[in-house]
Design a protein around this ligand. Structure first.
Ligand code: 13P
Ligand code: SF4
Length: 350
């Protein structure tokens, strides 16, 4: 049960600390955060916008990142040496990011390059990954991407070399490949638990894209039956989904795009229209509040429990311990290689 009086009290304390720190502090919030956190932050955005902000803001000494761990890590990698990045709850991870660990990734890379040769594959790593996977990507001539620039990154990847190995979200990789005109058989899934990822040597030689066998449990919750049910109930509605959804769902939707794309889609929809969204519930609820002239509904209820771990209490605690608690410290050697891959992303046009 929410205690509104207590929350109001905590908000007041947070705002006092925020005011006291002035320009020394920047609070970055992801769109999937609770409303009260987004309201307190200085800047809200999707993972691409937040990383760009972290790289651009060279003044603030303290960056407090209200999002999940890999996002805060990326902010640390892109920040200046005099800046400290803190996350209010270190346990706010991402199960999809955890699906690609460095030992498995290195071993898959060795398997594939021993068959197709070195210099034929560009590694592309989704922002939703550990810093050491980004570092792997950096030292092997690859790039980081987010859901808002995956197409640009794929085009860049194919300009460099003839094949792409995409980590760790198979759905974003598959949806991007299909939208670029690749045939489903040109993309193969790599299951790290199986020999050669569950593929034959011939498949590997023919493949244009290797898709790591990872997925987001929040976005794969949306199913074809949800789309069909909502279409029947709201025949005039538009359905928009995040590209971490399965391709079957993406194919049935009216539009697909990153978190910021979805925000703009709702903003630009005509007054009186109904928009049904397949993404995290906190964003959908906020869009509904911020667009009272439109009906904004969820395709089905799906909450990211990790994003939800950030709350008023741990944000207050972070500000009370500014510069000290839950500091993100990516080791120096990982940082420099991961930064190469992140800088390449920031240099690509969106
Ligand atoms: P965005 O890149 O759209 O911000 O998405 C991040 C994320 O974690 C989606 O599940
Ligand atoms: Fe990870 Fe999915 Fe949560 Fe995004 S929504 S942070 S991909 S678990």
């Amino acid at each position: 049960m929410k205690n509104y009086v207590e929350d109001k009290n905590i908000i007041e304390q947070i705002l006092n600390l925020k005011e006291g720190l002035g320009d020394e502090l920047i609070i970055l919030t992801h769109h999937y955060q609770r409303n009260e956190i987004v309201d307190i932050g200085h800047f809200r955005g999707d993972s691409f916008e937040l990383s760009r902000k972290a790289a651009a803001d060279k003044n603030a000494r303290f960056i407090v990142f209200c999002g999940v761990h890999f996002m805060a890590e990326s902010a640390d990698i892109l920040s200046q040496p005099h800046q400290t990045v803190q996350i209010p709850e270190k346990g706010a991870g991402c199960p999809m990011a955890d699906m690609a660990d460095i030992a498995n990734v290195e071993s898959a890379w060795e398997d594939v390059t021993s068959i197709v040769g070195m210099g034929t594959i560009t590694p592309i790593v989704y922002m939703n990954s550990d810093a050491n996977i980004k570092a792997f990507c950096g030292r092997n001539g690859g790039v980081v991407c987010t859901s808002s620039n995956a197409h640009t990154a794929f085009h860049w990847g194919f300009d460099q070399r003839e094949k792409i190995f995409f980590f760790p979200d198979q759905h974003l990789g598959q949806n991007t490949g299909i939208q670029m005109g690749l045939q489903p058989e040109e993309m193969i899934v790599w299951d790290p638990k199986k020999r050669l990822g569950g593929n034959t040597q011939e498949n590997i030689e023919k493949a244009k894209v290797f898709l790591w066998d990872g997925y987001c449990h929040v976005h794969t919750r949306f199913r074809v039956e949800h789309v069909l049910k909502m279409r029947e109930k709201y025949p005039d509605a538009k359905i928009v989904v995040h590209p971490e959804c399965s391709n079957e769902v993406v194919e049935l939707a009216d539009a697909t795009g990153s978190t910021s794309f979805i925000v703009k889609y709702v903003d630009n929809a005509p007054s009186g229209s109904t928009i049904i969204i397949g993404t995290e519930i906190n964003l959908i609820n906020r869009l509904s509040i911020e667009n009272p002239d439109k009906t904004v509904l969820e395709l089905c209820y799906s909450l990211c429990p990790n994003m939800f771990k950030i709350n008023l209490r741990n944000l207050l605690w972070t500000l009370e311990n500014i510069g000290n608690s839950n500091v993100i410290n990516v080791p120096k050697e990982i940082k420099s290689e991961a930064k190469m891959a992140l800088d390449r992303m920031l240099a690509l046009a969106p």
